[in-house]
Ligand binder design. Structure first.
Ligand code: ADP
Length: 629
């Protein structure tokens, strides 16, 4: 018997695979069952196009048989089979379809995961078997051939016999080693669970002989005796939920699938069932979870959807299907337009997958919009869990996605005392209001007490409260909404005063020019300016900022691990209608030391109001005592 050599590159690949310490060995079964299912697909197609061939549904199935005594696992199918030539061509060369890409990947790294994520087809058998025998009889042929290989050193093909058309693959399961348990691949329950996990939705029955107990004949009554009996069962459910008609399914069905798949332990807030028939054909079941997974806002969280190719699971978490801002979405996609052997690199450039991803993104967006519109309570629950992620989405990638996301944002409103959308805000803006006003702070309660909000509130304008550290960054990325710019209540020009008011202010300011210059010298390096406030009513003092970085942003940037010491350009504003202003004026005329004391005190108070640390708290308390005695 002549022993054929594998082609050189195939040999290397095979060696690597056989020797890889691979944790997901179990996928070999998925690969072989998928091949079997493909072979049945082919005969089915033939039957559809060839009148001479009758396709009788019951005749087509895959059978998995474990024989513990002989340490063999057999996978047989009633598919189209292979001729001698096909055995040679198909199983003698590995560098086909996805495997070439696989090889490239592995020039540099060891690629264990790649085997798990994508099929490498038939050769996966060598991960669990030290000898593989393939006996096949092709359609329209009376003879059969047997292909056999013990791995990298080659294979043989000899004539053989087989009663039916189809293929039978016998895996001689490897003996256990200290590290590795191969026995598990001979265990009925283990095989069942592998089939359920990866091949549940294969359209043809996957049968197995299952051992059960039944009462012995004649032993019924009080003390029945039991005997084992073997019964052939179909392991897979065959019709996947995503292929079912939406009308046939209940909310419970979707919920059950969510839990069966372990997408989450919560109750999903919403499911999205897609059956697309357009440029790309696919089905998807997606879920918006109700609560934040514990690791969601950490680096450990991995986004992605399960990816099936025509009912066969090819990837657990296909990240390319979801944009980061929708990374909370769970679920699966099945498409017959995808190759089973596609590699991660190829996926990124796959036109079909790109189309699916785009389609999915739009569906999620429109579902969230309708949730917002029709089921506000639910949307608010969602927003509580994942709103932060949407805001990150607005801010990241240089604001590329702000248009997609801005209408999904909610902010707490000073008027409504609850969350509102930007659209709600803008649509009820009084005609004379130029800007969308916001105030940033640690909490609603704190913002409510900010002196800086006084003027805008008094004017009757609505203010959005930003309590999330990402809020102001996100809004600065959006810049304007429906032609209205955003304006912080702490920013220099609030755009509220009338010309007459401005004139009056300027006149008063010029009277205190010297005083403010003096105060600014006292605070040199801390504030760039001291000026009369246009926004304060009852409070004597507040801090505002000029330029891009606000005081809130400075706080947030300071708290970040790679503290970049970004400072807001600060301005100390004094309320010239407050009695304190008179005290400042008097001190300025008579007592330089007192002016310095008052200035420091007011500055530190302003810091406290903003929630910023006081540089020297001891000096501050001493200063207070000085005023008291
Ligand atoms: P792939 O399935 O990606 O082509 P495989 O290595 O799994 O790669 O299989 C190589 C080829 O061998 C298949 O394309 C198919 O033509 C043939 N083949 C494998 N298993 C079977 C089978 N059970 N019945 C018929 N043909 C098969």
């Amino acid at each position: 018997m002549i022993k054929h050599e594998f082609k050189a590159e195939s040999k290397r690949l095979l060696e690597m695979m056989i020797n890889s310490i691979y944790t997901q060995r179990e996928i070999f079964l998925r690969e072989l069952i998928s091949n079997a299912s493909d072979a049945i697909d082919k005969i089915y197609y033939k039957a559809l196009t060839d009148d001479k061939l009758v396709f009788n549904q019951a005749d087509y199935y895959v059978k998995v048989t474990a024989d513990k005594a002989n340490r063999t696992l057999t996978i047989s199918d009633t598919g189209i089979g292979m001729t001698q030539e096909e055995l040679e061509n198909n199983l003698g060369v590995i560098a086909k379809s996805g495997s070439l890409a696989f090889k490239k990947e592995n020039e540099s790294k060891d690629g264990h995961n790649i085997i798990g994520q994508f099929g490498v087809g038939f050769y996966a058998a060598f991960m669990v078997a030290d000898r593989v025998t393939v006996t096949s009889r092709a359609l329209d042929s009376s003879e059969a051939f047997k292909w056999e290989s013990e791995g990298a050193d080659g294979y043989t093909i000899v004539p053989s016999e087989k009663a039916e058309v189809g293929t039978e693959i016998v895996l001689h399961i490897k003996p256990n080693t200290e590290e590795d348990n191969y026995d598990e691949f001979l265990e009925e329950y283990r095989l069942r669970s592998i089939i359920k996990k990866y091949s549940d939705f294969i359209r043809y029955p996957i049968k197995m002989d299952v051992t059960g107990q039944r009462p012995k004949e004649g032993s019924e009554g009080d003390k029945p005796e039991f005997e084992s009996h073997v019964e052939e069962q179909t392991i897979n459910s065959m019709v996947p939920i995503w292929r079912k008609n939406k009308n046939e399914l209940t909310a419970e069905d979707y919920e059950q699938f969510y839990h069966e798949k372990r997408y989450g332990f919560d109750k999903p807030l919403k499911h999205i069932h897609i059956s697309a028939d357009g440029a790309v054909v696919y089905q998807a079941i997606l879920y918006i979870p109700e609560s934040t997974p514990f690791d969601y806002y950490t680096k450990e969280y991995e986004k992605g959807l399960e990816l099936y190719s025509n009912g066969v699971l090819i990837m657990n978490k296909c990240a390319d299907l979801l944009p980061d801002y929708f990374s909370f979405v769970k679920g699966m996609v099945d498409s017959e337009d995808l190759s089973l052997n596609i590699s991660r690199e190829m996926l990124q450039h796959d036109r079909q997958l790109t189309l699916i991803a785009k389609n999915i993104k739009n569906k999620i967006k429109s579902q969230l919009q309708s949730l917002l519109k029709d089921e506000r309570d639910k949307y608010e629950t969602f927003y509580k869990a994942f709103g932060r992620q949407l805001k990150f989405g607005v801010y990241s990638d240089f604001g590329m996605n702000k248009d997609t996301l801005q209408d999904l944002l909610l902010f707490y409103s000073s008027k409504e005392k609850k969350q509102v959308t930007l659209d709600q805000y803008v649509s009820r803006m009084p005609e004379d209001q130029k800007y969308i006003y916001y105030a940033a702070g640690d909490s609603i309660e704190r913002i409510e007490k900010l002196p800086a909000i006084e003027l805008v509130s008094d004017k009757g304008y609505e203010i959005l409260y930003f309590t999330d550290d990402i809020d102001e960054f996100a809004i600065k990325t959006i810049m304007s909404y429906k032609d209205k710019q955003f304006k912080s209540v702490s920013s220099g020009d609030l755009g509220i005063e009338s010309d007459a008011e401005k004139e009056k202010q300027e006149a008063e300011e010029s009277g205190s020019k010297e005083l403010f210059e003096h105060m600014q010298q006292i605070l040199s390096g801390k504030v760039v300016k001291v000026k009369a406030s246009k926004r304060l009513k009852s409070h004597p003092v507040c801090l505002t900022s000029e330029g891009e970085v606000s005081i809130e942003m400075e706080k947030i940037l300071k708290a970040m691990p790679n503290n970049q010491d970004v400072q807001a350009v600060k301005v100390l504003e004094i309320n010239i209608n407050h009695p304190v202003y008179q005290s400042l004026k008097e001190a300025s005329a008579k007592d330089a030391e007192k002016l310095s004391l008052y200035t420091q005190l007011l500055y530190n108070q302003a810091l406290l109001i903003e929630g910023l640390p006081i540089q020297d708290p001891v000096a501050f308390t001493n200063d207070i005592c000085k005023v008291m005695v």
